[in-house]
Design a protein around this ligand. Structure first.
Ligand SMILES: [Zn+2]
Length: 290
């Protein structure tokens, strides 16, 4: 069984050419703060590879499939634009790339649902990475709830951005109260939620979350948030069928070691921690197969 990286970000050439200028033009200021920043040592927080460069990196790292996640854009039109790009990506690389749709409830009831239909028709298989907290709507937003209901009907997983309330601070960090995610999972029991970044350690902060069988977790950006002990710590509490390997590539996860992002180092860290094939790919494969 191959490795599936369930948390990847990818952008059209127009973004990659000059990310900061693109963000200024389109009004995606929060994305720019998170993604176009340079660290104090001068290194960029992330790279902007093309789809072909991503596939080459996957080949080098032995990653069979990657799941492209949309961004939690501030503008509905940016969501639509990224979804069209993702449709082209998955059609060009059907065996290697899967993709989730970006959405913003502010598009309005019918436009949001229409966009979801279109994204599904174009081959997208999930929704997210969404962030009600960063995109500026409540977890009880009526359009958001319609989207979650449709996701359940279509068995589309929904990826949500989560930050650890006790985690490290970084520029652009938005607080995401963990109780909002348990509430969503309780009130939308037929929707499968994938809480990114170890779910902000939700099940460690609130063991009651373990009883919610529609919550899954990914490991995106782990080395920037926690040390390598997190694999054993998390998996000693959370059943392994709830955890999916994801990197957050092309974020540079080891900026002190690598000048540019690399997919191999996190896989090596996970394997050294004794992580199973289910976490490295089997669980994601099952979720994508629906
Ligand atoms: Zn992400």
């Amino acid at each position: 069984m191959g490795i599936i990286d369930s948390h990847i970000h990818l952008y059209p050439a127009e973004v990659n050419r000059d990310p900061a200028a693109w963000a200024a033009k389109t009004g995606e200021a929060h994305w720019a703060t998170l993604c176009t920043r340079r660290r104090s040592d001068g290194r960029a927080v992330q790279a902007f590879p093309s789809a072909d460069e991503l596939i080459r990196e996957m080949d080098l790292a032995g990653v069979e499939r990657a799941v492209l996640l949309g961004w939690y854009w501030e503008k509905p039109e940016t969501c639509r634009w990224q979804n069209r790009f993702f449709g082209e990506c998955v059609q060009a690389h059907p065996g290697r790339l899967a993709a989730f749709a970006a959405l913003h409830p502010r598009a309005g009831h019918w436009p949001a649902l229409e966009e979801l239909h279109r994204a599904r028709d174009e081959g997208l298989v999930g929704i997210g990475e969404l962030s009600p907290h960063a995109q500026g709507y409540g977890v009880d937003d009526s359009v958001f709830r319609e989207v979650l209901t449709l996701a359940a009907d279509w068995k589309m997983p929904v990826s949500l951005h989560v930050s650890d309330p006790e985690g490290r601070d970084y520029p652009g960090r938005v607080a995401t109260p963990l109780s909002d995610f348990t509430r969503l999972a309780r009130e939308c029991p037929a929707t499968k939620f994938v809480l990114a970044h170890w779910g902000g350690l939700l099940p460690l902060h609130d063991p009651a979350a373990l009883e919610l069988e529609n919550i899954f977790y990914d490991t995106a950006a782990s080395p920037l948030l926690y040390d390598e002990g997190i694999w054993k710590k998390f998996l000693s509490v959370v059943p392994e069928d709830r955890v999916m390997f994801g990197s957050d590539y092309p974020l540079n996860l080891f900026p002190k070691l690598d000048a540019a992002p690399d997919m191999t180092r996190l896989i090596a860290q996970a394997k050294a921690a004794g992580v199973s094939e289910a976490v490295l790919g089997g669980n994601a494969e099952r979720m994508l197969a629906r």
